[in-house]
Design a protein around this ligand. Structure first.
Ligand code: ES4
Ligand code: ZN
Length: 326
């Protein structure tokens, strides 16, 4: 069996996925039409041609613009279900998905509309596809901690729908230290904690995510590899890293997949998982991330298997559920 076929057949969990980043151009056009929202593109091809980024901010500008077509509960349900349909074909059996409430509430879309729509899509995915999932509320780090607190307040009536909080958007200039209090408040509410760290930001931001936010899982973490003490610490703490190879390539975090840090991360005993981040924008879902990275750096079948096991181990499923599913 080829390695690609082996990857396709492996049961996997996806732990780093922004649901707004799974909005394919075809659905963007359909929702723009359904909602009477203007978008600055003539065709699906023109949208895809615009997806040429030189850094994170380049991408974020287009990603937030794309999200403008999402208005109704049905839009969010359709968005989520389309993602689950696509990844069921990749044999993703469980997904823990981020959403950015502030991207929607700041446009006047009520918090409850977003959450109820996403949950409806997740419930359908479980019933119709057998894919389980959890929802992670992510704070936009370019906004203030006060605004993050306001978002957490809006989340309180829906708390049972969330497994955790995250921290995303523009990293450089917005260190984890900015969000210490709101992360402590989220933990008090029983939520797990994730943060994007070391994607573009320096190793000092990764230290802050560990020391000040007390995260349970790290998103990206690439630049940890510049700091020997950090590498040893992440290994000792068995911290799960949700690495996103095609995202890193498209956002120029790496120049070439051949230079991707995953092989070194594995050699150093880090708990690596592979994920798609924003698959509609970065050119591939989970299996494509496994395949392209494996081909570029020469991952073995054993390494690929370990990464898939890590994806369940690093999930926020209960220990009993993990044991049943690995
Ligand atoms: C994101 Cl790749 C990435 N980094 C930070 N924030 C994000 N939000 C959506 N995708
Ligand atoms: Zn991300």
């Amino acid at each position: 069996m080829s390695l690609d076929a082996y990857i396709a057949g492996l049961p996997k969990a996806e732990l780093h996925l922004h649901i707004e980043g799974s909005l394919e151009p075809e659905l963007m056009f359909a929702l723009a039409q359904r909602n009477g929202v203007a978008i600055p593109f003539d065709s699906v091809e023109a949208v895809r041609a615009a997806y040429d980024f030189s850094n994170l901010q380049d991408f974020l500008d287009i990603y937030y613009a794309g999200a403008n077509v999402l208005l109704t509960r049905q839009d969010f349900e359709d968005l989520a279900f389309a993602y689950f349909q696509r990844v069921a074909a990749d044999n993703v059996r469980h997904a823990e998905i981020f959403f950015d409430p502030q991207t929607h509430t700041d446009r006047g879309v009520p918090f409850g509309v977003v959450v109820e729509g996403l949950i409806a899509g997740m419930d359908r995915a479980k019933a119709e596809l057998g894919v389980t999932s959890g929802l992670i509320l992510s704070f936009l780090r370019h906004l203030t901690e006060e605004e993050a607190f306001a978002t957490l307040e809006m989340a309180k009536p829906y708390l049972h729908h969330f497994i955790g909080v995250g921290l995303d958007s523009s990293e450089v200039g917005h260190p984890p230290s900015k969000f210490v209090r709101v992360f402590a408040a989220a933990r008090e509410l029983g939520l797990k904690l994730c943060a994007h760290a070391g994607e573009e930001g320096p190793p000092a931001y990764v230290h802050e995510a560990l020391d000040l936010l007390h995260i349970d899982r790290m998103d990206h973490g690439n630049r940890s590899m510049e700091d020997e003490t950090l590498i040893q610490r992440l290994a000792a703490e068995q911290m799960t890293l949700t690495v996103c190879p095609l995202s890193n390539l498209k956002l120029c975090v790496v120049d070439d997949l051949k230079d991707h840090p995953v092989p070194e991360m594995l050699r150093r005993g880090l708990h690596v998982t592979l994920n798609s981040d924003d698959p509609a924008y970065f050119g591939g879902y989970v299996n494509e991330n496994y395949r392209q990275l494996a081909a570029a750096v020469g991952l073995t079948r054993e390494q690929v298997t370990q990464i898939a096991i890590n994806s369940f181990e690093g999930s926020f499923l209960s220990e009993a559920d993990k044991a049943a599913r690995i």
